[in-house]
Design a protein around this ligand. Sequence first.
Ligand SMILES: [Zn+2]
Length: 128
Amino acid sequence: MTKTELNKFKNILEAKREELEAFVRNREGIAIEKSPDALDEVQHAAERELAIRNLDRESNLLRNVRAALRRLDEGAFGVCLHCEEDISPKRLAAVPWTAFCIQCQEVADRNAAGDGSEAFDEFLVPAA
Ligand SMILES: [Zn+2]
C-alpha cells in the first residue's frame, strides 16, 4: 500500500474515531439516566436497553477503529490478523477498520453466531 493510500485510510479512521467517541460519550449519559416518574419507567427502560445495545455496538466499533489506527502506525494495516494475507482493497474501502480478510471474517461470524467455539472471538476484540 502506498503512503498516500495509508494516509487516506488514516484520515478516514481518525474521522470515524472522533465520530464514535462523541457518540459513545453522549450515549453513556442516556444509558444511566433514571426517570423519577414510575409511569415513565417502562418507556425509559426500553429506551435505556436500546441505548445500551447501541452503545455496545458503537463501543466495539470504536475499539476496532482504534486497533486499526494502531496497526496503521505499526505498519501492519491491511493485513489479516488471522491468516496474514493482504485484505482486499475493496473490503478495506468498505470497512477500513476490519482486521480480517473476508474468508476469516466469515469463519469468525459463524463462530460468533454460536457453535460453541469462542476461541476465534479473541481475535475480534484485541486487548486495548
Ligand atoms: Zn484472513
